[in-house]
Write a protein that binds this ligand. Structure first.
Ligand code: SF4
Length: 381
């Protein structure tokens, strides 16, 4: 059953130095054509969706788009689909691209969750990252959204920035908490290949804080936020009770979804598909009344098991051990015995979870768990 809809808006004012997302410089004429194409894609996908319970408008920077285009897309969703009365409708916002008027218009059009990419409350870090905004802009955006009546606000923060100390990170976290956001996401800065950040690090012109400091930053976020009443519900995500992101939980629960827009992914009936990353090709396909699917992969049983484990362990509630036994015939706790003994995973009769130590090296733990499953032939049955 498909209840989740993602819409990708691939425009930003300027590229940040660490960004490998699909985004191009904002161009109004292109943005208007893109909005019309996305609306057309919504039409083409109309039949596939049952009742929408979550919508996520992400990017890029969706709020670079003209307000009327965003309102038009939201109206199109309402007109074309059955929208649940309590649907979660999120828009990603970057400081410097929203004011109170825009926030009010989006709220009136149904947006009820604003996710603001603050990243840091220190100007020097924002400048290093190539963000277009300053500390002042971040404060103004948060105020604009709150003054528009937003009751569900999420702030994104980044740690592990070259030159960042634990005190700097603590300052950004503490400042974020002063605004009482319902949700906070904390991401470690990753130098993705082909980004300017990657080159700067490769050429040793800058370096990330050492591993011990980065682990300290992560634990500082966990301890500070859980101590302040936030639930740590996913490796990088924290929420006040009742405010976990339902749209993202659907991904981690391996639920189906439809993605609209260039580069957007969908997961339908056991197949993972992706629209073309090429905005020109995307516009052309929709002009001809066609979808722009460029990748269409059927998920095998082995890949399905891997996905269930990979996504399930991201959630702090962990993997449902009984489901893995009943649906896939896998004794996951038995397979994970060595990792449990090493204190990286914990198990009780219902679930298998990453421990505090396991959380910081989750990729390594999951890789070792897959290796143990392969060794036990659990993935070949
Ligand atoms: S605002 Fe986000 S999507 Fe846009 S360039 Fe920066 S990191 Fe990339």
């Amino acid at each position: 059953m498909i209840n989740s809809l993602y819409i990708h808006i691939p425009f930003c004012i300027r590229k940040c130095i660490y960004c490998d997302f699909l985004s191009v410089p904002y161009d109004e004429a292109l943005a208007l054509r893109y909005a019309a194409a996305a609306a057309h894609e919504l039409d083409l996908r109309r039949e596939a969706i049952d009742e929408i319970t979550t919508v996520y408008i992400g990017g890029g920077t969706p709020t670079t788009m003209p307000t009327l285009s965003l309102i038009g897309l939201l109206r199109k969703i309402r007109d074309s689909f059955t929208l649940a009365a309590d649907a979660e409708i999120t828009i990603e916002v970057n400081p410097g691209t929203i004011d109170k008027e825009k926030a009010c218009a989006l709220s009136d059009a149904g947006v009820n969750r604003f996710s603001i990419g603050v990243q840091s409350f220190l100007d020097r870090e924002l400048q290093f990252l190539g963000r277009i905004h300053s500390f002042e802009d971040a404060i103004k955006s948060i105020s604009a959204v709150r003054n528009a009546g937003a009751k569900n606000l999420s702030l994104d923060l980044i740690y592990g920035i070259p030159g960042q100390t634990l005190d700097d990170w603590s300052h950004s976290l503490a400042t974020a908490r002063e605004f009482f956001p319902e949700h906070i996401s904390t991401y470690e800065l990753t130098p993705e290949v082909c980004t300017p950040l990657y080159e700067l690090i490769r050429e040793k012109r800058v370096e990330k804080p050492d591993e011990e400091t980065i682990i300290g930053m992560y634990y500082h976020a966990i301890d500070g936020l859980t101590g302040a009443g936030y639930g740590h519900y996913e490796i990088s995500n924290f929420a006040r009770p009742g405010f976990a992101c339902r749209h993202n939980l659907n991904y981690w629960d391996r639920g189906e979804y439809i993605g609209i827009g260039a580069g957007a992914h969908s997961f339908i009936a056991g197949r993972r598909t992706r629209n073309t990353n090429d905005i020109g090709k995307y516009l052309e396909a929709l002009r001809k009344g066609e979808l722009s699917t460029e990748e269409d992969i059927g998920i095998s049983r082995v890949e399905e098991i891997r996905e269930v484990i990979l996504l399930g362990l991201r959630k702090t509630e962990g993997l449902n051990v009984g489901e893995l036994r009943e649906v896939y015939g896998i004794d996951i706790a038995g397979t994970a015995a060595a990792l449990i003994k090493a204190g990286l995973l914990s198990s009780d009769k219902d679930c298998l979870c990453l421990t505090r130590r396991g959380l910081v090296i989750s990729n390594t733990v999951i890789t070792e768990l897959f290796a143990a499953l392969e060794k036990g032939n659990a993935l070949s049955r």
